[in-house]
Design a protein around this ligand. Structure first.
Ligand code: BMP
Length: 215
């Protein structure tokens, strides 16, 4: 299954577990984790089978990023960091320690909002050099700009591509999968729906239909 649910709202573990029946993983973000605290952030991944990603959008020097993720290392499979911070003293150090823990590093390669064109996309040849040096497990790339997903797919065939931007940001389920993404990340279209479980079931069905039509 290609669906990863973005938990950016203070859902309880029971709600997440029901949504996760229709998902292949969960991505937990800062908005609920800051007010609810580390215990909450550790309780959510237990409710979901599949890929468990902590998305604190790391962008700092190596030791600081490591001290942010260390309390969560036994609870998550992967951690998301920004790529623009560069490799030496930052992403290389993070990657080395995550490798020792058996955890996955996922780098943001480009973003789903318009402003991504101002820096991330203009600097993308530099970003791609960082990706080559660090060799992360996965890349975040925008479902809202499938051309970038396709470019990353061609350039980094070894990387898993995870694409946000479905639903609330305008992309349709399957847009990124059909351009080479491995997973689509969906937040508000599921967690903001009056019936999140039905929304997850429906969106997953739409992804699978789109994928079978384009493959
Ligand atoms: P939503 O489906 O509600 O728009 O949520 C998208 C999720 O993906 C959020 O957790 C956001 O932090 C994340 N995300 C994004 O929207 N665009 C990016 O470029 C990178 C992200 O991680």
């Amino acid at each position: 299954m290609p669906l990863i649910v973005a938990v950016d709202r203070p859902l309880d573990p029971g709600q997440v577990s029901r949504i996760c029946e229709y998902a292949d993983g969960v991505k937990v973000g800062l908005p609920p984790a800051v007010p609810r605290g580390a215990e909450w952030a550790r309780s959510i991944p237990r409710s979901c089978n599949g890929l468990r990603i902590l998305d604190f959008k790391l962008a700092d020097i190596g030791p600081v990023m490591l001290s942010i993720v260390e309390p969560f290392k036994d609870y998550y499979d992967g951690f998301i960091a920004h790529s623009f911070i560069g490799s030496n003293g930052a992403l290389i150090e993070l990657k080395e320690v995550l490798d020792e823990w058996g955890a996955k590093l996922i780098l943001v390669a480009s973003m789903s909002h318009e402003g991504s064109r101002e820096v991330y996309d203009r600097a993308r040849m530099h970003v791609y050099e960082v990706i080559e040096r660090v060799h992360p497990w996965g890349l975040v790339a925008p479902a809202t700009r499938p051309g970038i997903v396709a470019e990353l797919r061609a350039r980094f065939p070894w990387a898993r591509i995870l694409s946000p931007g479905i639903g609330a940001q305008g992309a349709r389920p399957g847009d990124a999968l059909c351009s080479g993404a491995d997973y689509e990340i969906v937040g508000r279209a599921i967690t903001g729906s009056p019936n999140p479980v039905d929304a997850a079931r429906r969106i997953r069905g739409e992804m699978e239909n789109a994928r079978s039509e384009c493959s």
